[in-house]
Write a protein that binds this ligand. Structure first.
Ligand SMILES: Cc1cc2nc3c(=O)[nH]c(=O)nc-3n(C[C@H](O)[C@H](O)[C@H](O)COP(=O)(O)OP(=O)(O)OC[C@H]3O[C@@H](n4cnc5c(N)ncnc54)[C@H](O)[C@@H]3O)c2cc1C
Length: 313
């Protein structure tokens, strides 16, 4: 990184700066080359300061939450990687007899949000327990489980555009899709407000525990992974609606298939696990192998849910 950029960061930025930071330390699959600069701003002003430096120095910026849906290639990421993890505020901002609205910043972990809601007897997000991302990542991805998605509970979001201008957008103006939210390029989600329904706290906590149990029974949580690698296809196969990518992968006999240290999970065919110090290349080759075999055998072209970023070695 140029000396001018280092000097400016030292002068104008108050958060934490790590040069040549291994991204494997910041992704759930424990894979990824170095980011040129990894930055943890302490507040909104600090975030704006770093975006200003990036714009003026013509450096690319990537926003990272918990890295639980992101595969970083082996040669890492050029420019700035900014983490949202210092944005940790969550609180009830309004309520009536039936519902409560919770303000939640982007860096709050999804499970912390669900736990907080459960303790207060607020229902509507129980099935999101165990998704290892942040609420910012969940909004960006329209994360969901067991029929509930972020779009079902969000009332509004606030984001920063690349010019450093704040925008608050109400739910009916947000264009959510399957594991997708349409946002201006480079937008950084800062927070959201979520509406949940009041219920008996014990009942909500019990539901959360049950969802946790189901997750542990059906997902390979003992290995690093990225969750579901492929989106569930919306196309049809032999006239039937195909709903589960995992079922197609299993049907093609691909469970347990390995490339280097990466392996298609035996427990959940749509998970690729980092079994033995896999490289990003191992994972990408395995993703392509699975996609090709499923296309060849079933005619369905799977689309990746995980974001693959950075440069190859
Ligand atoms: C074991 C396991 C189970 C999982 N189960 C589920 C599941 O049931 N349902 C589901 O939907 N997903 C699941 N996932 C995937 C993942 O946890 C979710 O997609 C989660 O919402 C990603 O959040 P994150 O903070 O980790 O995002 P990251 O991986 O850090 O980022 C993902 C994308 O979002 C962008 N992004 C992140 N934060 C922001 C922000 N503040 N502003 C703008 N852009 C941002 C990033 O730039 C990137 O493009 C699972 C993953 C694992 C490892």
């Amino acid at each position: 990184m140029k000396d001018e950029v280092r000097d400016r960061l030292a002068r104008e930025f108050r958060g934490t700066t790590n040069y040549r930071e291994p991204m494997k330390n910041h992704t759930s699959i424990r894979i990824g080359g170095q980011a040129d600069v990894f930055l943890k701003p302490i507040d909104l002003e600090d975030l704006k300061a770093v975006l200003k430096i990036a714009t003026e120095e013509d450096l690319p910026v990537m926003l990272l939450g918990a890295g639980s849906n992101t595969l970083v290639r082996d040669a890492g990421i050029r420019g700035f990687v900014i983490t949202s993890l210092s944005l940790q505020k969550q609180e009830i901002v309004s309520q009536n007899e039936e519902t409560a609205d919770i303000f939640c910043e982007a860096g709050v972990k999804i499970s912390a949000f669900v736990q907080m809601a459960a303790e207060k007897g607020l229902s509507g997000c129980e099935s999101l327990i165990g998704i290892p991302g942040t609420m910012g990542g969940a909004i960006f991805m329209n994360a969901g489980a067991r029929g509930i998605e972020i779009k079902d509970i969000v009332r509004e979001i606030t984001f920063l555009d690349v010019q450093g201008t704040l925008h608050t957008v109400l739910r009916d103006k947000l264009e959510f899709g399957y594991r997708h939210l349409k946002l201006p390029r480079g937008a950084i989600i800062l927070s959201g407000i979520f509406r949940l329904t009041k219920k008996d706290p014990q009942e909500v906590e019990e539901t959360v525990r049950n969802y946790q149990k189901v997750r542990a029974e059906t997902q390979p949580l003992n290995y690093p992974s990225l969750g579901s690698v492929f989106k569930n296809p919306e196309s049809t196969k032999k006239g039937e609606v195909v709903s589960k990518a995992g079922e197609l992968i299993e049907e093609c006999g691909l469970k347990g298939v390995r490339v280097g240290g990466a392996r298609v999970s035996e427990k959940h065919a749509n998970f690729i696990v980092n079994e033995k110090q896999a490289t990003a290349k191992d994972v990408v080759v395995l993703i392509n192998l699975v996609r090709d075999k499923v296309k060849e055998k079933t005619g369905v072209l799977l689309e990746t849910e995980v974001k693959i970023l950075g440069e190859d070695t």
